[in-house]
Design a protein around this ligand. Sequence first.
Ligand SMILES: *[C@@H]1O[C@H](CO)[C@@H](O)[C@H](O)[C@H]1NC(C)=O
Length: 145
Amino acid sequence: MFWKLLSVVSNSSSPIVVVLSGSMEPAFQRGDILFLWNRFRQNKVGDVVVYEIVGKQIPIVHRVLREHHSLIKQLLLTKGDNNPVDDLGLYNYNQLYLNKDEDLLGTVFGYFPFLGYITILITENQYFKYALLGFMAITTLLGNE
Ligand SMILES: *[C@@H]1O[C@H](CO)[C@@H](O)[C@H](O)[C@H]1NC(C)=O
């Protein structure tokens, strides 16, 4: 419900994302939570955007390196701050640019450091999940006394 509302307000199918890789260090670290807004009519060089290539279900957080625009559409070339080369190799075969309307989930307008690390640890690490559940169970038991 909350997610749906946020999604409509921000016009993004995924208004909150967690950074999963180190490709944007030092600006963003693995585990940072990013808030997206997808109602900007155009992006500027230097904006950090999240995109998802059609056919590849992986959201990528990178910075706009170059842009071309006409009245009706904007094309963007992106690159991770920490990557040696631009994202051309990540796009679909024969795709030279991102299409703002089709590929972008949104532009980063705010972030919360580190909190998303908990979700990364839970999804990537079974032991951490059980440890966390155990910890929560214990604190609940102690809290009830
Ligand atoms: C964003 O806005 C466009 C145009 O108004 C609309 O077609 C699209 O469904 C919206 N997307 C989301 C995720 O709300």
